[in-house]
Design a protein. Sequence first.
Length: 563
Amino acid sequence: MTVPPPFPPGSAVVAYLRDSGGSEQDLSVDQQLEVLTRYCTEYGLVLAHVFADRATPGSTVVGREQFQKMISHFHSTERAESAVILWKYSRFSRDLDDAAFYKADLRRRGVSIHSINDNIPDGNDGRLFENLIDWMNARFLEDLSSDVKRGLKHLLENYGALPGTPPRGFKREPVVIGTRRDGTAHTASRWVPDPETLEICKKAWRMRASGAAIRKIHEETHLFSNRSSYNAFYRNRIYLGELHYGEIVLPGYVEAMVDLNTWDLVQKLNRENAIENDPLRSRHHPRRVNSRYLLSGVAYCLKCGALLSGKTVTFHGKVKMEYYHCTNASARMNCDAKRIPAEALEKMVVDKLLEYVLDPAGILERARQLSTGEDLRKEQLKEDRVALSTKLNDTRKRIKTLVERISEDENSPRSLISALKELEALETDLQLRLAQNKDDQDELANSVRTMEEAELLVNTFHERWKTEDLEKRRGIVNSLIRKVTCEMDGKVMYGMVHFYNPTMDQLKKKKLPSDDGSLPMWWCLHGDPIHRQTYVIKYKAQIKYNRILNYSLECLSEPTGSP
């Protein structure tokens, strides 16, 4: 028997419906709607809107799109409805906090919430009953979760049965775990080796143990469609015959697919590759710092944003082809960017470096652009320096006072010692901030201001570029270029060079003479990137036989902000 509504006939209401998505709940929402429609007809209510979430749990409001739409609907000042009707309060929420929060939100907006099957008295006593119902709904979920875990543990430990999709190389096999009350067999499933994929999985393990690359393994086995699946495959101990399911570990669950020696060899490779996963993509990683490729660490794929790595291919031990390739396309197989001839890309970048980035007139003009707000920044740095110096002097006085008090009393309270440590830490921080403030002022003072200074940088660059080795050339590139993006479209190579305007800063601050007593060029050009403006050159080039035939500069300079 349904509970009569607490509002008069003719009231406009909305209905909220939900089911959890169980195998026996496919018609639940339709049944709720049918009952609520009859209810509105019986009591003369106007059902203006219906919000229904299918196959969504009540333990959270995340993912319940219709529920959120209902809440937003009542936040509108133009809505005409004054009540929400439910089949049961458990349809609204099974989480105590969510139920309390959203009910309070609706009621503070003058919206009534009515369950047609939960008989609750009016007034404050009714709120107590309602809170108890919400508690029971939440407790139901907790008990259900506990019962499910206990049942799964029982099935796994006694029958080896468990739910879910088995990993590659295994399949589900029915196993009888008892008899139902109607006399039929009660079955579940355990994981057993799949004859159709068993041998190909063993082959994948043998190839990996011998050092084969994931791409090579993928080409021969096609076990998965992405690199992450292979990573999980080579770390799953079920291939040793050992099942891990939550906190349960079952040695000898299935016959081992690989021996311990193969497992250890593959895990050694996993550990070595794990070092590369993140650091290898950093421009400061040792492999990139010591790379024989000029743009290693600064070249990025225009398609997906991953770093480009240099690679050399040798034909018959004589002919070599060098190119840059996308690390995403190589390792994860989720980018289809083509390989880029190294000679062409490096020549393009060096040409742009010589032609545009290190043009004296361009350097001076960009320096003038950057100096527009220089005076204001100088004043701000000066004010900051005075404030920091004042605070540092005050801190040092307080430290001196505390030290005197502690020295006079051997039994000084710990609070004084703790306060002293805090002040000493503050003193160190203020000293570092003052040093940074001075560096910032020097950065402004040492920008290029005359054509003579700009020409000095350019001439020194040309002299050094002709005589320096690859390491020093890469130092120059890193000091001037933030990044290079590139992509191949047929025989056309295009992308952008993001660069810094050269400064005199490092020339004046660094005292690192080379063997002949002069300053290395890459120190002359290397400034602090934190305070440096980034400019962009767009390029486009036609490539044939790994060489550039012609190219066009589409856009000379576009300031894009700090890096």
